[in-house]
Design a protein around this ligand. Structure first.
Ligand SMILES: [Zn+2]
Length: 478
């Protein structure tokens, strides 16, 4: 049976026949397989995920950690989970860093005047009062600093790194280090400021923000991202051979830490209710847009996947726990706080999956667990293959919020999504509800619901991550 758009949900009799055919090792119990097919078809027929994304983005708006929108998001999440019948709905306190964007302006002052669309990178220090003006030095990469140490002193370094469009995260992974580390690398060599070509794939006048990390002991210099058309303008002016001068002004500032929360709700399990299948997404967003694709989409997907499981006539054996994490974007305090607060319970975490790659359709599941987990994953993949989501990617599980669970060996998962358009909008003022793709979102709900249901029903949980794979350098930047 192959799903095609527009096809009616499968009849119940057909479900039984399909379930009987799903005997991949280890064979799923026929009733479990049948319920998985029901979940898949209900999600595909039109889920309420888009309604949760609309509620979060329209009612809370932008929700950078510690902002009024962040508090509104916590209230929205508590009210929504309660209204949908989740059990043990609660807010677990998290202390978060607070960074506020101020007025930000930029202009080219020579060789010809132009205004620039730019935005501070999250965590940047402000420029001096009245702004910062200097000649720019354009570099194609951070490594290019090596041969140019004498040229960058007293200048504004312009890192002109092009991000490649890709259906997976590879283009982002290659380009993003310049955003996180460029300011400190250039500051160490005496640069007075840093501008980057936005890490994005669009050609809109909307710069892409994102977190930077100041290295310990390196001088802190202000850093901002240029909208891509303006980065290309700077590039062209540089090709004329004339000195290019830029003035920019950032009014951002850091405030004392504030309280936020991880919001949790559960579909209570049965005979194995103390074992947890965690479905995570992050509740916070950057401040420029309303965070519909990052990560309103993930919140909608995990809430809806768990809600559909709760609507089945049979309760799951293990507890399905939705965690909407605080402060993923500029500190990941929520993910760290969860791992600490639940340290004693982590051995009982049977699986954790994070949805934080936007609104694009799924093509499969990434997984990081012990090798014997693959057999059960193959059974899940067979159920998801007809909706185009049956690929499996070893060592592909995890995410910024569930990453801290890795040390405890918790098996980690992620839906593999089409991100070819994600970085047109990611971290910009253009990340708004109208970018949500309801049909693709429903396929994500189907994938996550089927995964979580099977994970909650399997006789044996997934094998833990082997010791030697538990610690690894930092997860990908948020
Ligand atoms: Zn995100």
């Amino acid at each position: 049976v192959r799903f095609r758009p527009g096809q009616a949900p499968l009849a119940v009799a057909a479900l039984a026949a399909v379930a009987a055919a799903l005997d991949a090792p280890p064979p799923l119990d026929a009733a479990v397989a049948q319920a998985a097919l029901t979940l898949r078809e209900r999600a595909i027929a039109g889920s309420r995920a888009v309604e949760w994304v609309r509620g979060l983005t329209d009612e809370a708006g932008p929700r950078l950690a510690g902002s009024p929108g962040d508090r509104a998001a916590v209230d929205w999440a508590l009210a929504t989970l309660r209204a949908q019948g989740f059990a043990n709905v609660r807010a677990e306190r998290v202390l978060v860093p607070v960074w506020r964007r101020g007025v930000e302006t930029g202009e080219i002052t020579a060789p010809w005047p132009h205004t620039l669309a730019l935005t501070a990178l999250g965590g940047s220090i402000p420029t001096p009062e009245g702004g910062l003006e200097a000649e720019i030095v354009e570099l194609p990469s951070m490594d290019a600093l090596e041969g140019n140490a004498d040229r960058v002193k007293g200048k504004i370094v312009f890192f002109n790194v092009r991000m490649e469009r890709a259906a997976d995260m590879s283009g982002y992974a290659r380009a993003v280090p310049v955003r996180s580390d460029g300011a400190s690398r250039a500051g160490k060599l005496g640069a007075v400021g840093v501008l980057i070509r936005s890490i994005g794939t669009d050609h809109n006048p909307t710069p892409h923000t994102g977190g930077l990390r100041y290295a310990d002991g390196a001088p802190k210099v202000p850093a901002a991202a240029l909208a891509i058309p303006d980065a290309e303008l700077l590039e062209r002016l540089g090709r004329t051979g004339r000195p290019v001068r830029v003035r920019f002004s950032l009014g951002c500032r850091e405030l004392p830490q504030a309280e936020s929360a991880n919001v949790i709700g559960e579909i209570k399990g049965g005979d194995k209710k103390d074992e947890i299948v965690l479905l995570g997404a992050h509740l916070d967003s950057w401040d420029l847009g309303t965070g519909a694709i990052d990560d309103g989409a993930g919140c909608g997907i995990v809430i809806e996947a768990a809600r559909l499981i709760g609507q089945l006539p049979v309760k799951p054996r293990r507890t399905v726990r939705v965690v909407l994490f605080a402060n993923e974007e500029n500190g990941s305090a929520g993910g760290k706080a969860y791992a600490l607060a639940h340290a004693a319970e982590l051995p009982k975490h049977a699986a954790a999956l994070e949805a934080d790659s936007g609104t694009g359709a799924p093509s499969g599941l990434g997984w990081t667990a012990g090798p014997s987990a693959e057999a059960l994953l193959k059974a899940i993949a067979r159920i998801l293959e007809p909706i185009g989501a049956g690929a499996l990617k070893a060592d592909g599980g995890g995410g910024a919020d569930i990453g801290p669970l890795k040390d405890a060996g918790v098996p980690l998962f992620a839906a593999i999504q089409d991100t070819s358009r994600y970085f047109d909008f990611h971290h910009t003022a253009n990340d708004t509800f109208d970018k949500i793709e309801p049909e693709a979102l429903d396929r994500m709900v189907a994938s996550v619901a089927v995964f979580a249901w099977v994970a909650a029903m399997a006789p044996e949980p997934f094998e833990k991550i082997p010791e030697e794979k538990r610690t690894e350098p930092r997860q990908r930047a948020p």
